[in-house]
Design a protein around this ligand. Structure first.
Ligand SMILES: [Zn+2]
Ligand SMILES: [Zn+2]
Length: 112
């Protein structure tokens, strides 16, 4: 038997294996509640949606981009006390910084 659940964190409604406490969508533990009176179901177990997978990929790509861009900036402005500030002052139109900022905005907004 599986459990019909609703996630208090992301609002996901679906089916998990009996006793599973982890939301298939947001991967948070301990925020699942039974969705209805008939909590038991033989419906197949839910997997995370494509949208969630996309967000996960975006987070990974952003992390990678941010890390490698920081490294590049740090080595380029190694004489400066604050390499990132120097970089932003000299290259305000940097497309890496812009891409990282836009991605961060999307990632920060997803939990609201
Ligand atoms: Zn969730
Ligand atoms: Zn930059």
């Amino acid at each position: 038997m599986n459990d019909k659940i609703i996630c208090a964190n992301c609002g996901f409604e679906g089916v998990v294996e009996r006793g599973n406490e982890t939301c298939p969508e947001c991967k948070k533990t301990g925020c699942l509640a039974w969705a209805s009176e008939e909590q038991e179901t033989t419906e197949p177990i839910s997997t995370s949606s494509d949208k969630f997978k996309l967000i996960t990929v975006l987070a990974e790509v952003t992390d990678f981009l941010e890390e490698s861009h920081n490294e590049a900036v740090n080595s380029e402005y190694s004489d400066s006390e604050d390499p990132m500030a120097a970089h932003k002052a000299i290259e305000p139109e940097c497309s890496y910084c812009r891409a990282i900022a836009s991605a961060s905005k999307i990632l920060n907004a997803k939990g609201e």
